[in-house]
Unconditional design. Structure first.
Length: 404
């Protein structure tokens, strides 16, 4: 900014200059004829003065009003370099109020204190400057850090998390957003573009993931398709085992998880899901393969199976037969003399409790025993060799086993 002043004497005092500022000065003489030539410019600098009162805010920011001097320090709880404009004070007790005032010093001296401010530190950090996971015309980040959702739709359903942290630690909070809205009116539907009208009519296939298995249950995580424009009112779950008919379960309480109960142990199932709204049912999902927990039975060793042997009878104990996690439904029992090629079916529905006897055997004769254990997951077959008693003793050989 140029400042011009005139004088009829050889000496002149320049006034209203700012403190501690460099100025460039030129002089020229003039007469009634006109102005003369300007002198070469010279530079000079005004002196420092005692700092005027400065201002402090609760945000800890020092305003730059009247801070034009070469400030060497500001005095508050600590001494700071003059180029600092903020101060963070840590480890304050939130149970107390604190009063703050600031003075500024120059080479000339210390200025007057600022107006004091009273501050009570907060025990929690404010949630500002967060970043929204999604940003568009409907989802906006507010200046105070909050998240604003306009014209909420089903696609907004989900978990929303806010995280905050500082030098002392961090914390987070998560909220679940559930959208319950009435169906679109015919006027709204007719006003949509063609592609939007199709999507508004029927829901798209939901997202389905099997997440938990037990011997009798299967738990699915079901979530609406993010591109749905109308809320889902019901899910229809279809399932069947390999030799069964399709069964249906309806899920009207729209939550994320659904458990199918009363299933067969250790059995593979095929599952698919459709979603419905007030306008109808949409397309099904792809067929999902899932299996309940449990395996087919294992084989029992002969020393635990064969309980009693006499010259014409043998007793079998099924109490300790390993079931693979699924209860054994029945046993198929066959036997034959070792020299024979024909098996004799003794029972195709023997139960697993108590002792099962095979009678009318020949003394001192070698036999083969074939037992198949069945449960809902499958079956396992084992073969065992034994010899009936002679007059004094019985010989039991180590079995050969096979499975199928």
């Amino acid at each position: 900014m140029d400042i011009t002043t005139t004088s009829s004497t050889e000496n002149i005092v320049l006034r209203s200059l700012k403190k501690y500022i460099k100025y460039t000065v030129q002089v020229l003489a003039y007469t009634s004829v006109g102005d003369g030539v300007r002198s070469d410019p010279i530079q000079c600098q005004t002196e420092q003065e005692v700092q005027y009162t400065i201002y402090v805010t609760q945000a800890g920011l020092v305003k730059d009003e009247d801070v034009n001097s070469n400030t060497t320090r500001k005095t508050t709880l600590v001494r700071l370099n003059g180029n600092r404009r903020s101060l963070q004070i840590q480890k304050l007790d939130p149970k107390y109020k604190y009063e703050f005032a600031i003075t500024a010093s120059t080479a000339i001296g210390e200025g007057s204190p600022s107006k004091s401010v009273m501050i009570t530190p907060s025990s929690r950090a404010s949630g500002i400057k967060g970043i929204a996971s999604t940003s568009n015309d409907r989802i906006k980040q507010q200046p105070d850090g909050s998240l604003l959702l306009l014209n909420v739709i089903v696609a907004d359903v989900g978990e929303y998390s806010c995280q905050v942290g500082n030098s002392f630690g961090q914390d987070s909070i998560t909220d679940q957003l559930i959208v319950n809205s009435p169906p679109l009116s015919p006027d709204v539907i007719s006003g949509l573009h063609a592609s939007e009208s199709v999507k508004a009519t029927l829901p798209l296939p939901p997202n389905v993931i099997p997440i938990a298995y037990s011997y009798k249950t299967l738990t699915l995580k079901i979530q609406p398709n993010v591109n749905d424009t109308e809320p889902v009112t019901e899910y229809n779950i279809f399932y069947r085992h390999p030799f069964g008919k399709w069964e249906t379960a309806h899920k009207k309480n729209i939550v994320d998880y659904y458990t199918i109960n009363d299933l067969s142990c250790g059995t593979p199932y095929k599952v698919y899901v459709t979603a419905s709204n007030s306008l109808g049912t949409g397309d099904r999902t792809d067929i999902i393969d899932a299996k309940t927990s449990g395996e087919s039975p294992e084989l029992l060793s002969s020393d635990k199976l064969i309980k009693e042997v006499s010259s014409n009878e043998i007793g079998l104990n099924f109490d300790f037969w390993p079931d693979g996690g699924c209860p054994i439904l029945y046993f198929v029992i066959e036997y034959k003399e070792t020299t024979s090629s024909e098996w004799i079916l003794l029972s195709n529905n023997a139960q697993s409790s108590g002792v099962f006897f095979i009678s009318d055997l020949k003394p001192s004769t070698s036999y083969q025993l074939r037992i198949s254990a069945h449960n809902s997951a499958g079956q396992k077959t084992g073969e065992y060799d034994f010899v009936t008693l002679s007059a004094l003793k019985c010989i039991i050989r180590i079995p050969k086993t096979s499975s199928e």
